[in-house]
Design a binder for this molecule. Sequence first.
Ligand code: PGA
Length: 259
Amino acid sequence: MEIVICKTKEEASKLAADMITAAVQKNPKTILGLATGSTPVPMYTEMAKAVKEKKVSYKFVKSWNLDEYVGLPGTHDQSYRYFMNKNLFEKIDIKISNTHVLNGMAKDPEKECAKYEEQIKKAGGIDIQVLGIGSDGHIAFNEPGTSLSSRTGVVYLTPSTIKDNARLFFKGKESEVPTRALSMGVGTICEAKKIIMLAFGKNKADAVKGMVEGGMSQFCTASALQAHNDAWIFCDEESASKLKLRDYYAWRSATKLGL
Ligand code: PGA
């Protein structure tokens, strides 16, 4: 794992976006794994800026998203399909038919998940997977207690995730948040060739500590990234504040990035 520690989330988001821009410039057919949540929004804004400035094109890029709530259609303003259209897809030149988000309304959710895994495999696998981290250490909706070799499937949200996400739903009500989701598995995520994880703010400091310096455990599913050989963790000072070796990580990653 490389831990990149920046002063602000804006600075970290720009570095992460530059990494994606460079990869797509090099391989216009890059397969992206994408994430929702408030964390990647500044990075998506930077990616869109690079398209506007004609530095890069997503015309041949394909994407697969991490997860979707069960029971929300893509037209619902809290569905992850809606989020991706608004925050990224409508702002870059990607073909919407090349973007994939699990269907939370699928009649047979397990079949939907198996189909999704098949599609990713057929496309040659994810080249770059974007991730956020939950305050309980989850990646996608892989909550504490999920096997680190899990595959895409139907999962149950923990009360802490429901509480974290309620702010975005009608009147901030926890009862409005779906209790189940379709989610890529930890094993599926870790098969991506490169991982870009973003973690910002002090309410992520414990999760970042667990992911980086805790043991690999199903009680912090992000810790599975410890076994990945090309995982980049972009932090701001707050989210990195509890890391014991933070000065060392910051120096090492800055050297590798030539900063
Ligand atoms: P957030 O969610 O970006 O809204 O903090 C991250 C996550 O739960 O993975």
